[in-house]
Design a protein around this ligand. Structure first.
Ligand SMILES: [Mn+2]
Length: 438
């Protein structure tokens, strides 16, 4: 009785997997089922508002930082400096703890012996109507700045020396050094791995629900931009038209900027790992590699796809592509919390070794993502709540072929979840997608 009941199921499975190209991702690790809707031209993705607020997030981060460095101590953090007339973006660490986007300001935290944050002061330039007439409003000391940032106190930058003199702690932790530090205070943690840098790295490694939603939104903008820009992929197209379509889509879809230089590399250009000149043509018979990532509220995505310019992989291209994809699946099926990224890297190394292609895999398998595309936390093990890439690749200069597949993953209690499902990665899906575009 069991056999007749099972037989139709087996037939159904074979029929689904073989007779028709699947329009869904084949992986068990689908993070966002239904996200990749089957349409040749994408519309703006939905960007759910993250839970909590940036002000509440930053307050909690400052309290956790105080507990991590311990006391009695103080912590001094500096914003990025002004950079000419270009658009200003905050440094990642300062943004993480303050949420502010003003240049040349600072934050002083005081931590008691129990590791509690007992005083916090944001140091700001004095109110300057002339400056604001040219550049727009900025934070200056007072109730408005304290309300906007949730930082309890504010003071003029010129008063920093007096505040430091009055500190009743033996040590100030700082990343950047501190020119005005009083003699009686020890200043430390400038070097890598020192208490402050290490504490910040560990905090930034594990993302909150707020951060995970920001990263999901950034990833969904990136894959939607890739879908939209894919109409530029055709014989006689150009790398720069592809780049323009991608980066224009970022802005239209709700990203504030790209997270790094877009790589749109046709044919042999893809062998250069960080090629971003993007000045070449796309020619029939070549592959084109896109390694791109938008920023959403400072959080950076990083996704790579490699597609055939004429819409169909050649047998050799397909052979290599399937090998890279299999290496990615090999790693994602085995990676787990507690592993380091170096240990994860070894999974792909072994896979390519067994296949005889080890020497063509010339970079690391993955890195953290977060505020930075290569986020902080080198050497730390993967934790539940950390996000990272898995990006195997093969680069064969003699054949003019570079192939990379890169996805973004969130580690959960149940293992990794692939978040960048908004662009197909299976050969049949890619070919069907490209065919529908033209
Ligand atoms: Mn990457």
């Amino acid at each position: 009785m069991a056999i007749p009941k099972l037989a139709p199921c087996v037939a159904l499975l074979i029929g689904v997997s073989c007779a028709h190209p699947s329009y869904h991702d084949g992986s068990e690790l689908r993070g966002a089922p239904g996200l990749w809707e089957w349409r040749p031209r994408a519309v703006a993705p939905e960007l759910p508002e993250p839970p909590s607020t940036l002000v509440a997030e930053c307050r909690e981060r400052r309290e956790r930082l105080a507990a991590a460095v311990g006391g009695p101590s103080a912590v001094w953090l500096e914003a990025a400096g002004t950079d000419g007339e270009g658009q200003f973006f905050q440094s990642d660490d300062f943004y993480y703890f303050t949420g502010t986007e003003d240049a040349d300001i600072g934050l002083l935290l005081q931590v008691d012996a129990a590791g509690r944050l007992v005083k916090e002061t944001l140091f700001l330039p004095p109110h300057d109507p002339n400056w604001e007439a040219w550049n727009g409003p900025r934070l200056s000391p007072g109730d408005a700045a304290e309300a906007a940032t949730g930082i309890r106190d504010s003071a003029e930058l010129g008063e920093l020396g007096a505040h430091l003199e009055a500190l009743d702690v033996p040590v100030i932790h700082t990343l950047d050094g501190l020119d005005e530090s009083p003699e009686h205070l020890e200043v430390k943690a400038r070097e890598r791995g020192a208490p402050l840098r290490g504490a910040i790295n560990r905090l930034r490694l594990v993302k909150s629900a707020y951060e995970i939603q920001c990263l999901r939104n950034s990833i969904n903008i990136t894959t939607a931009a890739m879908r939209t820009a894919a109409v530029e992929i055709q014989d006689g197209g150009t790398e720069f038209a592809l780049q323009g379509a991608i980066e224009g889509s970022y802005l239209r879809f709700g990203s504030e900027r790209r997270g790094f230089a877009s790589i749109c590399a046709a044919g042999g250009n893809a062998v250069t790992l960080h090629y971003s000149d993007n000045v070449d043509t796309l020619d029939d018979g070549e592959l084109v590699l896109m390694d791109i990532g938008s920023k959403y509220r400072y959080y950076c995505a990083d996704v790579t796809r490699t597609l055939p310019v004429n819409g169909r992989f050649s047998p050799r291209q397909r052979e290599l592509y399937e090998l890279v994809l299999a290496a990615q699946k090999h790693a994602e099926e085995r990676v787990q919390a507690g592993m380091t990224l170096q240990e994860m890297h070894q999974l792909a190394v072994e896979y390519f070794e067994d296949a005889g292609y080890r020497k063509y895999f010339t970079h690391g398998l993955g890195h953290w993502i977060g505020l930075d595309v290569h986020d902080v936390g080198r050497g730390l093990p993967i934790e539940v709540g950390s996000l990272f890439t898995i990006e195997p690749g093969l680069y064969i200069e003699a054949e003019g072929i570079g192939i990379r597949i890169e996805d973004d993953y969130l580690m959960t209690e149940d293992g990794p979840v692939r978040l960048s499902t908004g662009f197909p990665r299976e050969v049949a899906e890619i070919e069907a997608f490209l065919e529908a575009l033209h």
